[in-house]
Design a protein around this ligand. Structure first.
Ligand SMILES: C[S@@+](CC[C@H](N)C(=O)[O-])C[C@H]1O[C@@H](n2cnc3c(N)ncnc32)[C@H](O)[C@@H]1O
Length: 237
């Protein structure tokens, strides 16, 4: 059951729009309240864990110190702009990486398939005062790849990590996020489809440092950039 706790009249129309949007997900398993609080809504699950995306005020995640397009590990994995700056991020999540890349100067389209996460992203983006070239799209990545005619240079994929790893999110937010999103068990086939689409000069996948890279048929990462707990696997086309 999805309930809406609307504190502020200003948000009533928006709440109705979201109710319709979320209807297909209205099942016994999902019990989430949406508490509208200025400026971004807060999601609360049955265990009273809270989840919110706020690009403007969450300085830890969205106002990171950036040393430049040529030196940040994620940017280097994507080619530092050498292959072009149009990025398709097929796993928007909380938008941390998408915002980060846009702040480095990339033009980012970020896809999210989970309606709650997308709702939070959409609203956070509307309330943010950012000038960066970034858009969020509510879609399954494969459906988007099949239907969109937009051109991209590089692709970034950060599926949920399979095992318990350290996270930058506070514990309750991470637990809520995981309970909403699940395990992304289709990650390998999503990557295979992205590579087979031949629409990208490079695809980069974020993995836990200790996890195996995705490998299939004759496709293997052409290189890696390693951090302390994560690794970027680079696939070239
Ligand atoms: C680990 S999170 C990504 C975190 C993100 N990189 C960030 O910086 O906030 C994974 C997200 O990707 C989404 N996702 C996974 N596979 C997807 C797919 N095939 N299409 C669209 N979204 C997908 C999940 O719903 C989840 O929200």
């Amino acid at each position: 059951m999805i309930s809406h706790v609307v504190r502020n009249d200003k948000f009533r129309a928006l709440s109705e729009k979201w109710s319709n949007f979320l209807k297909p997900y209205d099942s016994e398993q999902i019990n989430i309240s949406i508490l509208y609080d200025d400026p971004c809504p807060i999601f609360i699950d049955s265990e009273q864990r809270k989840f919110q995306i706020d690009f403007e005020n969450d300085r830890t995640h969205y106002h990171k110190r950036k040393s430049g397009i040529g030196s940040e590990p994620l940017s280097r994995a994507l080619g530092s702009g050498k292959y072009g700056k149009r990025v398709l991020d097929i796993s928007a999540g909380m938008g941390v990486d998408a915002v980060f890349l846009a702040q480095l100067g990339y033009e980012v389209t970020a896809i999210e398939r989970n309606p709650f996460i997308y709702c939070a992203l959409e609203n956070a983006w509307k309330n943010a005062n950012f000038q960066e070239q970034l858009q969020f799209v509510f879609s399954e990545a494969l459906a988007y790849l099949n239907s969109s005619e937009q051109s991209f240079d590089v692709c970034y994929f950060d599926p949920m990590f399979p095992t318990k790893t350290k996270s930058a999110l506070p514990k309750q937010e991470m637990l809520f996020f995981k309970s909403l999103v699940g395990a992304d068990n289709d990650a390998e086939s999503v990557l295979a489809a992205a590579l087979n689409s031949k629409r990208f000069k490079r695809c980069v996948v974020k993995r836990p440092l200790s996890a195996d890279a995705f490998e299939f048929k004759n496709i293997k990462p052409a290189g890696h950039i390693k951090g302390k707990i994560i690794r970027y696997d680079i696939y070239s086309n």
